[in-house]
Design a protein around this ligand. Structure first.
Ligand code: ADP
Ligand code: MG
Length: 365
């Protein structure tokens, strides 16, 4: 996962889902993950400028962290934090499947196959999701919800049992992004099949990062970092007055070490990997990334995919879509589209990196 290397970390931020998993459920990956703030060690001896502000909190079943250099003239840090928290609560109320009363949950449980009016924000995220579905040939698909829930990665409690072929086939019947339609004016969504279930967990964190970052920019801030559960966006300079350096974590469960450091100026960055959120049964690891075509959690040697894009919303969705596509087809697509992507595969316990042409300028070698 991408990490801010430039300051002392408050708390680890498990990359996770929109809300906390049900209590009592243990997943090997969930607790493992962490932010690495190696940069903090060598910067910690320096005195931080008094205007450097760090805000932290909980959202979407994970944590967020926001840093910036200067407060706007007429606002306190508490006021900025209150505004950010309010935005996050609103986004959850619109897009979380872990809140049964959210706008998305109400859409999901609505049996109607007619147009259902939705907020422009929900429409925006679904529109971007559908664009990434087209681009990835359906590897990214927000209608994958019935499969996510079946495999125990949704809001309802399951006992990590492996679903039967029949249950998988039945859930697959309900999946298919082409059966979810979008209307712009007035904003509305329409399911072709009454029992469809939309899951925005693979894109909503990136979207929330963009919303918070846009808000900071609207306050006139040119230097900030916004991070939610490992997806992040930066602009300008960090507290030390140098460009942000973001570390990509080695995709090893239970270990924290840096795979690579990147220089970012004004971009979003998101990572998908199967090394944090998964369950194990009979020695087999089951990832929370589901291939809609097979109905199964992905299984290949791709350990993580990191995408850099001006939009964190896009980066988040693409990271999920490309990891589902796998190392060969995913890499080809990323090159063809001119995307900045780092693929990390694992062969016999050793990591191998492969970056696209557009990724090269972000490397610090
Ligand atoms: P993280 O949530 O760890 O940041 P992702 O962004 O890859 O990781 O999102 C994974 C979540 O997205 C899963 O928990 C599930 O809810 C959902 N999901 C799983 N497979 C897909 C898919 N093929 N397309 C879209 N969403 C998916
Ligand atoms: Mg994602």
């Amino acid at each position: 996962m991408p990490l801010d290397t430039s300051a002392n970390s408050p708390s680890p931020s498990p990359k996770h889902r929109l809300q906390a998993p049900p209590l009592g459920k243990t997943r090997a990956g969930v607790a493992l993950l962490l932010l690495l703030f190696i940069g903090g060690w060598w910067y910690s001896s320096q005195v931080r400028p008094p205007e450097a502000i760090a805000l932290n909190g909980a959202t979407m079943g994970t944590t967020y962290s926001v840093k910036f250099r200067e407060l706007p003239e007429n606002m306190t840090a508490t006021q900025v934090k209150a505004a950010l928290d309010k935005m996050l609560v609103e986004i959850n109320r619109q897009m979380s499947t872990f809140d049964p009363q959210s706008e998305l949950s109400r859409f999901n449980s609505n049996p109607s196959t007619d147009w259902v009016p939705v907020s422009p924000e929900l429409l925006f995220v679904v529109r971007e999701a559908q664009r990434i579905s087209e681009m990835t040939g359906g590897a990214f698909d927000i209608t994958v919800g019935p499969l996510v829930n079946l495999w125990g990665f949704g809001p309802t409690f399951t006992n990590d049992a492996i679903p039967s072929q029949q249950a998988i086939a039945e859930a697959q019947e309900r999946v298919g992004y082409r059966h979810l339609q979008i209307r712009e004016e007035p904003p509305a969504l329409k399911k072709d099949r009454a029992n469809m279930y939309v899951d925005l967990s693979a894109i909503a964190k990136g979207y929330a990062v963009d919303r918070l970052a846009d808000y900071l920019e609207s306050l006139g801030m040119d230097d900030y970092m916004v991070e939610i559960g490992g997806e992040l966006r930066v602009k300008g300079l960090n507290a030390q007055g140098v460009p942000w350096r973001i570390a990509i974590e080695k995709p090893t469960p239970g270990q924290r070490s840096v795979e690579r450091i990147l220089h970012l100026k004004h971009e979003g960055i998101a990572t998908s990997g199967d090394y944090r959120n998964f369950f194990e049964r009979d020695g087999q690891r089951y990832s929370h990334e589901i291939d809609p075509k097979t109905g199964q959690p992905i299984r290949h040697e791709l350990a993580s995919v990191t995408v850099i894009d001006p939009s964190t919303t896009t980066a988040d969705a693409l990271a999920t879509g490309l990891i589902v596509m796998g190392p060969t087809r995913g890499f080809e697509l990323a090159e063809r589209q001119g995307l900045a992507v780092l693929f990390i595969t694992i062969h016999d316990g050793a990591f191998e990196e492969k970056g696209t042409t557009a990724f090269a300028p972000y490397r610090v070698d």
